[in-house]
Design a protein around this ligand. Structure first.
Ligand SMILES: [Zn+2]
Length: 280
């Protein structure tokens, strides 16, 4: 099957696919009776167009639904390529995506990163969801029940989870990854641990994160355990009046034996200071 370089499309059950993109952002694809649903529209329009052309090898039905797991650029800046679709996200995802200051900061960061998509990022028409919800939304699509859930603030203020209860498949966005460090820059460290506690209540055989490989239930629990330890230990350092620098060194040494092999472990050098500042 021809497909975009670096991607892999895995059928999770009949009509439900994970499209993994090595080192970049994953998407989900669900085939309905007369249309297709996409989970995350990816980083810039050309990435969304690649996704659309890969989907054509699976189904010739039109893409009528896009779900934004959260507002981050690498998940949602392809939204403009789906002008006919209902774009669904949490109300806070909508609010973040219409926040001019938030958009300006992210655009500057992406444009100045020197990545191959930086030029294109200048021209992205940031397109927020056009249908939002607060707690839960149920979709009946292609003979299956799809439950969208909001469990509280975590990686951003508007992270949602897409659960297929019959097949125990869960799409987690960037809140929980299989052996990967999330980005903490826009996060809510006081709320994230309790959001993760609710996350592991889902009945899950497989979960697909916004980045990295597919995980199973144990991997989901590991992601939750990492997050708890990470936040708790930074709080302990703050309570002991340690400074930001010493906390960073201490945290890296503390977490390295158990989590040093996780993707993006290096990112703790900036993640610990980010969280430290948010908690002090
Ligand atoms: Zn994110």
């Amino acid at each position: 099957m021809p497909k975009t370089e670096g991607t892999e499309i895995i059928e999770l059950e009949k009509g439900v696919y994970a499209r993994l993109h090595d080192g970049l952002t994953n998407a989900g694809i669900i085939i309905g009776d007369d249309s297709v649903m996409v989970i995350d529209s990816l980083r810039v329009p050309s990435f969304a167009r690649d996704l659309i052309s890969d989907i054509k090898y699976i189904s010739d039905k039109p893409i009528k639904f896009v779900i934004d797991t959260h507002a981050h650029w690498d998940h949602s800046w392809g939204n403009e390529e789906f002008p006919e679709a209902t774009i669904i996200g949490h109300q806070n995802c909508y609010k973040e995506m219409i926040d001019l200051e938030w958009n300006k900061q992210w655009r500057e960061k992406v444009v100045n990163s020197g990545d191959s998509w930086s030029e294109e990022a200048k021209l992205v028409k940031i397109t927020p969801p056009n249908q939002t919800f607060e707690k839960t939304m149920r979709l009946y699509f292609g003979g299956r029940e799809i439950i969208l859930r909001y469990l509280g603030k975590a990686h951003t203020s508007g992270d949602i989870f897409i659960h297929l209860p019959d097949s125990k498949i869960l799409f987690t966005g960037d809140v929980a990854q299989n052996e990967g460090m999330p980005f903490f820059g826009d996060s809510y460290p006081d709320e994230w641990p309790s959001t993760d506690d609710k996350l592991i209540d889902f009945s899950v055989d497989k979960f697909i994160a916004g980045h990295g490989p597919i995980g199973d239930y144990d991997d989901l629990v590991n992601a939750r355990n990492f997050l708890h330890k990470f936040i708790k230990e930074i709080k302990n350092c703050i309570n002991e009046n340690q400074n930001e620098y010493d906390t960073t060194i201490k945290m890296i040494n503390l977490l390295e034996p158990e989590f040093g092999h996780w993707r993006g472990f290096d990112r703790l050098k900036t993640a610990v200071p980010d969280i430290f500042k948010k908690l002090t």
